[in-house]
Write a protein that binds this ligand. Structure first.
Ligand SMILES: Cc1cc2nc3c(=O)[nH]c(=O)nc-3n(C[C@H](O)[C@H](O)[C@H](O)COP(=O)(O)O)c2cc1C
Length: 220
C-alpha cells in the first residue's frame, strides 16, 4: 500500500485487538520517526505497553490501546504545523504497515506522556494511538470540494486531486475548516479551527501535497 492509497484506507479507530506490534514493525516506525525528527527538528517518540498518554475520557472511549506516538518538539511559532505535518506522515505510514491509528489531540495527557519521554524541555501537543484495530473504521462525513476550494480560471487536474486528498485528512472534531485557493502554480491553504488550526493546517498541507504532487505547485 502506498501513502496515497493509505489516505483512502485510513479512518479513525479507537478500539484495538490484543495483538502486539512486532519488533520488526516497531523498528520501521522508529526509523520513520527518527527521519521526521531529524528533518523537522521534532521529538516524536514511540511508546509501547501503557496508556499513560491518554486522558481519562480517551481511556473510556478507547479499547485495547497499548501503543502511541507522542507529538512533541522544542517550542516554536510553527511547532503545531510541523506536528500536524509529521503526524500525518506517521498515521499514513502506519496504515501502509497494516496498522490503525487514532489522533488524540484533545483528550491526551501531557503529564502521562511526559513520564515516557527522556527530554523535559519540549512541548507535547497530542498523541497518536496506534495498533491493530477491531475494525478499519469508517469514512468521515465530508465537505465538498466546492465548499472549501476555488481556482482562478480552469483548475488543473493536480489541483482537483490535491483538494480531494485534503478532504480525506483527519481534522479535530472533523471540522475541515480549510480554505484553498489556486492561481497558476501557487496554492494558498488556510485553516480556521481555533485551538487546532496549526495542527490541522499541517495535516492538510501533507495531504494536499500527496494528492497534488509536490512538483506541480508551490505554496503561496
Ligand atoms: C488535531 C486532532 C485532534 C483530535 N483530537 C481528538 C480527541 O481528542 N478525541 C477523539 O476522540 N478524536 C480526536 N480526533 C479525531 C477526529 O475526531 C477524527 O480524525 C475526525 O473525526 C475525522 O475522522 P477520520 O480520522 O476517520 O478521518 C482528533 C483529530 C485531529 C486531527
Amino acid at each position: 500500500m502506498t501513502i496515497k492509497e493509505a489516505m483512502k484506507e485510513r479512518h479513525m479507530v479507537r478500539k484495538y485487538i490484543d495483538r502486539p506490534i512486532s519488533g520488526d514493525v516497531e523498528e520501521k516506525l522508529n526509523a520513520r520517526i527518527a527521519e521526521n525528527n531529524r528533518t523537522y527538528n521534532l521529538s516524536l517518540s514511540f511508546v509501547a505497553g501503557n496508556t499513560d498518554g491518554l486522558g481519562a475520557l480517551a481511556k473510556m472511549l478507547g479499547k485495547g490501546v497499548k501503543n502511541y506516538i507522542i507529538l512533541a518538539g522544542p517550542d516554536s511559532a510553527d511547532l503545531d504545523e510541523k506536528l500536524g505535518y509529521c503526524g500525518a506522515d506517521m498515521i499514513l505510514y502506519a496504515q501502509t504497515l497494516g496498522l490503525n491509528t487514532w489522533w488524540v489531540g484533545g483528550m491526551y495527557s501531557a503529564k502521562g506522556a511526559q513520564k515516557n519521554m527522556d527530554s523535559g524541555s519540549v512541548r507535547i501537543n497530542g498523541v497518536l494511538a496506534i495498533g491493530y484495530g477491531q475494525t478499519q473504521g469508517v469514512p468521515h462525513k465530508s465537505k465538498t470540494a466546492a465548499e472549501i476550494s476555488s481556482y482562478k480560471g480552469t483548475a488543473p487536474q493536480w489541483f482537483n486531486d490535491g483538494v480531494d486528498a485534503l478532504l480525506l485528512a483527519p481534522t479535530a472534531l472533523n471540522k475541515q475548516a480549510f480554505t484553498v485557493k489556486g492561481d497558476r502554480n501557487k496554492v494558498y491553504l488556510a485553516c480556521d479551527s481555533g485551538h487546532f488550526a496549526g495542527i490541522d493546517l499541517g495535516i492538510g498541507k501533507y495531504h494536499f501535497e500527496v494528492g497534488a504532487g509536490k512538483n506541480n505547485f508551490d505554496w503561496a
